[in-house]
Design a protein around this ligand. Structure first.
Ligand SMILES: Nc1ncnc2c1ncn2[C@@H]1O[C@H](COP(=O)(O)OP(=O)(O)OP(=O)(O)O)[C@@H](O)[C@H]1O
Ligand SMILES: [Mg+2]
Length: 251
C-alpha cells in the first residue's frame, strides 16, 4: 500500500533564488525504509520539511493515503501531523537545554491535548524505556545528556504521538561512530516492532545500504536516480552516484 505519494514538488527560496527542491516525485510504501542520499545542500532537509508542511511548497501534491496535505485545512493537518514525525539531524540544536526530559516529552501531549496529568508522566516513562533510557531520565536536563542520549530523547519525542511515518534526517551523523551503531539498531528495531515507515536521509551510503530497501539519489534539488539499494550500489548509472560510491569505498 502506498502511504505517501509525492508529485512534482517544488520549492524555491526567493531571497537567494535557490531552487532547493525541483520537481520531486516518488512514493513510499507502508512499512518501507526509503533512503534519500545526496551531498550537503542538495535539498534533503527542505524536502523533509515540505512533506511535513513545516514550510510551504510552491507547487505539487503530497498525498498521505487519500489526503492531499497541501489542500487540507489547518485543523485537519494538525490531526494528521500526529501520524507524521521527524527526527532531526542535530540532537543538540533540537532540544531546549533548560528543559527537563520529562517536560520535553510531556510537551508533545500538551500540543495534542489528548492526555492529562499522571497519564502524561506514565507515557513519558514508557517512552523513555522504549528508547533504552529509564525513569531516572525524567528529571535530567537535556544539557546534561550525551549526544547519543539526546538522540534517544529525540526518538522518544517522535514516537509520543504513535506515528505511522517518520522522517529520520541524518539521525546519526552528528554522533560518535560507536554510538551511531546503537542508535541505528534502535531505529531498525522500532521500525520492525511498530511496522513504521521511514524516509531515511543520509549522506552515508554505508548506513543507507545497511537499513534501506530502496534509495533515491538527489543532486541540486532533483532526483538523479532511484531503485533498490542492491541495483543502485551494484550498477550506478549516474556520474554523481558513482562518485558517491567511490568516496564511500575510500572512507
Ligand atoms: N530557509 C531558507 N532560506 C533560504 N535558503 C534556504 C533555506 N533553507 C535551505 N536553503 C537552501 O536550500 C538548499 C538546500 O538546503 P537543505 O538544507 O535542504 O540541504 P540538505 O541537503 O539538507 O543539506 P545537508 O546535507 O547539509 O543537511 C541550500 O542551498 C540552502 O542554502
Ligand atoms: Mg539537511
Amino acid at each position: 500500500m502506498k502511504l505517501l505519494k509525492i508529485d512534482s514538488l517544488h520549492k524555491t527560496f526567493k531571497k537567494h533564488k535557490v531552487s532547493a527542491v525541483d520537481g520531486a516525485s516518488f512514493s513510499i510504501f507502508k512499512g518501507e525504509v526509503l533512503g534519500l542520499v545526496g551531498e550537503s545542500g542538495c535539498g534533503k532537509t527542505t524536502l523533509a520539511k515540505l512533506i511535513l508542511r513545516l514550510i510551504d511548497a510552491d507547487k505539487g501534491s503530497i498525498f498521505y493515503k487519500d489526503k492531499d496535505l497541501l489542500k487540507i485545512s489547518h485543523s485537519d493537518m494538525r490531526k494528521t501531523r500526529k501520524s507524521l514525525q521527524i527526527i532531526f539531524q542535530d540532537p543538540y540544536a533540537s532540544l531546549d537545554p533548560r528543559m527537563r526530559i520529562g517536560e520535553v516529552i510531556e510537551e508533545v501531549y500538551d500540543i495534542h491535548k489528548n492526555v492529562t496529568g499522571r497519564e502524561k508522566k506514565n507515557k513519558a516513562i514508557e517512552l523513555l524505556e522504549t528508547v533504552g533510557l529509564g525513569e531516572v531520565y525524567l528529571q535530567r536536563l537535556s544539557s546534561e545528556l550525551s549526544g547519543g542520549e539526546r538522540q534517544r530523547v529525540g526518538i522518544a519525542r517522535a514516537l509520543a504521538t504513535d506515528p505511522e511515518f517518520i522522517i529520520c534526517d541524518e539521525p546519526v551523523s552528528s554522533l560518535d561512530i560507536s554510538i551511531q551503531a546503537q542508535i541505528l539498531n534502535l531505529l531498525i528495531d522500532l521500525q520492525k516492532r511498530k511496522n513504521l515507515t521511514y524516509l531515511f536521509i543520509s549522506h552515508d551510503l554505508g548506513v543507507i545500504g545497511s537499513i534501506c530497501d530502496r534509495v533515491m539519489v538527489m543532486q541540486s534539488g532533483k532526483f538523479v536516480e532511484s531503485g533498490s539499494c542492491e541495483t543502485i550500489f551494484r550498477n550506478p548509472k549516474h556520474e554523481y552516484t558513482k562518485t558517491l560510491l567511490k568516496s564511500a569505498l575510500l572512507s
